[in-house]
Ligand binder design. Structure first.
Ligand SMILES: C[S@@+](CC[C@H](N)C(=O)[O-])C[C@H]1O[C@@H](n2cnc3c(N)ncnc32)[C@H](O)[C@@H]1O
Length: 275
């Protein structure tokens, strides 16, 4: 192997190259629109929220910019503790769910904006906030640009979560249907890129539940089939068999899925002004 030094590596470019090898298509706004309701249901009871908030430690005087906010997974509990949240997403359905939930809770300190990572936020009136977050939403073609953008919209702190290895994808499910899984670059590129950009990222890990409860086997199966596009009948059969092999049915009819690969997220935070 050539004598490669750390400073020879261009992490922004390595990330782009690794992204090209990723073998599932990035979801567009229409895909997220379709997924909004089930995503909202699934995340509402996840330990992810409490773990994220414990690491963020939101303060009452903060205003927070939440990019890729989804159905308000974090925007709602953060708004409960902070001065104000600006919630950005390109999916109209996600924003609608967030707004409905905020109205039901009589919360009036969340501003929603239908914007994508690529839009001109400044031109759309978005100003820097105390803290900018992007939770499980770094779906961008150019990571370095996205990080620079986060830095310019945060005064005190930026917090993102990024996949550790396969994240929510289950490699065993891919094996079961005999498809390759290449989930693209994970958080380690992001940490190295931030370091190379001159920042001092801190990293913590959010490990999700070992097992998940569902009201029926079909619901459990749906939580696996979303990982794949265009399953053939034979693949569906094999995937069902795999999900059955890791599922226990309880006496009350609910089912519990035991995960061998527990999804883990890296919580990365840094101070945008410290270089
Ligand atoms: C996995 S969900 C995360 C939602 C929420 N932040 C959470 O942690 O539960 C990803 C969200 O990012 C949004 N998203 C994906 N790509 C986006 C883009 N290019 N611009 C704006 N939002 C995007 C999706 O619509 C979706 O709501």
């Amino acid at each position: 192997m050539a004598n490669i030094q750390f400073h020879d590596l261009d992490w922004a470019d390595l990330w782009v190259q690794a992204k090209k090898k990723k073998n599932w298509r990035r979801k567009g706004a229409a895909d997220w629109d379709k997924k909004a309701a089930s995503f909202a249901k699934r995340t509402a009871s996840s330990i992810y929220v409490d773990k994220f908030l414990a690491l963020l430690n939101p303060q009452p005087e903060w205003d927070i910019l939440d990019i890729g906010c989804g159905p308000g997974t974090l925007a709602l509990p953060m708004a409960d503790r902070c001065e104000r949240v600006t919630a950005i997403d390109f999916s109209a359905n996600m924003l609608r769910l967030l707004e409905e939930r905020a109205a039901a809770e009589k919360m009036d300190n969340i501003i929603t904006r239908k914007l994508s990572w690529q839009d001109d936020w400044q031109g759309e009136g978005i100003r820097p906030h105390t803290v900018a977050i992007a939770s499980r939403s770094l779906a961008v073609p150019d990571l370095k640009k996205a990080l620079e953008r986060l830095n310019s919209f945060a005064r005190d702190q930026v917090c993102i979560t990024d996949r550790v290895q396969h994240g929510p994808m289950d490699p065993d499910a891919f094996k079961a249907v005999d498809r390759d899984l290449n989930s693209g670059p994970d958080y380690i590129y992001t940490v190295n890129l931030l370091y190379q950009m001159g920042y001092l990222p801190e990293v913590a890990y959010i490990r999700l539940e070992e097992s998940l409860q569902y009201s029926s086997f079909d619901e459990a199966y749906a939580s696996y089939s979303w990982m794949f596009r265009d399953l053939t009948l034979d693949e569906e059969k094999r995937l069902r068999k795999y999900v059955q092999s890791i599922t226990t049915t309880h006496q009350d009819g609910t089912v519990e899925v035991f995960r061998r690969h527990v999804p883990t997220w890296a919580f990365i935070s840094w101070k945008p002004g410290v270089r």
